[in-house]
Design a protein. Structure first.
Length: 169
């Protein structure tokens, strides 16, 4: 099977809702957290390109401190709907590359991941959810997700945590 590139138009699965046309800040933030951020910043709105104080906290990443480990931790939010284990612990994420974009000042992310099988029905949902999680990270520009089938996924790629959750010894 050839590699599939879903970087521009990820397929929409039956259980996946279309991505919102709202700006990323409005998709992921709540009005109460935005209000708290304004209060922390003296009541003013952040200017375009400027982060609020809540975005600069320990859990937020900027282009300067964005790392592969941070991206992988964020991808742990994506849970396989059939196995109920995150895609990182399942061993589905093979490559995470960060590329500074000098034009936008943001960091572009390239991910190569696989599926548990070539005909995995959850594939489109996993790709769409991965894209949403990565695009929500402050300072991230373009997100490119490529599904590869080589090497094929095996249970040996799972972490001990995933094995414990699935009772595989």
């Amino acid at each position: 099977m050839t590699d599939q590139d879903f970087s521009q138009n990820p397929p929409q699965g039956p259980n996946e809702t279309p991505q919102s046309s709202l700006p990323r800040s409005e998709q992921t933030g709540s009005s109460s957290s935005a209000s708290q951020a304004r209060q922390a910043d003296g009541g003013r709105e952040p200017t375009p390109g400027e982060s609020s104080s809540t975005e600069q906290g320990a859990t937020a990443a900027s282009p300067a401190n964005l790392s592969e480990d941070y991206v992988r931790e964020q991808l742990k939010q994506v849970i396989d709907p059939e196995l109920f284990v995150n895609i990182v612990d399942l061993g589905l994420v093979y490559v995470v590359e960060l590329k500074p974009n000098d034009v936008t000042g943001k960091t572009d992310i390239h991910v190569e991941m696989t599926l548990t099988s070539p005909m995995c029905p959850a594939g489109p949902q996993l790709i769409g959810s991965s894209r949403q999680v990565l695009e929500a990270i402050p300072g991230v520009g373009e997100v490119d997700i490529k599904v590869v089938m080589d090497p094929p996924w095996t249970q040996d790629m799972m972490t001990e945590d995933a094995r414990d959750q699935l009772n595989i010894f």
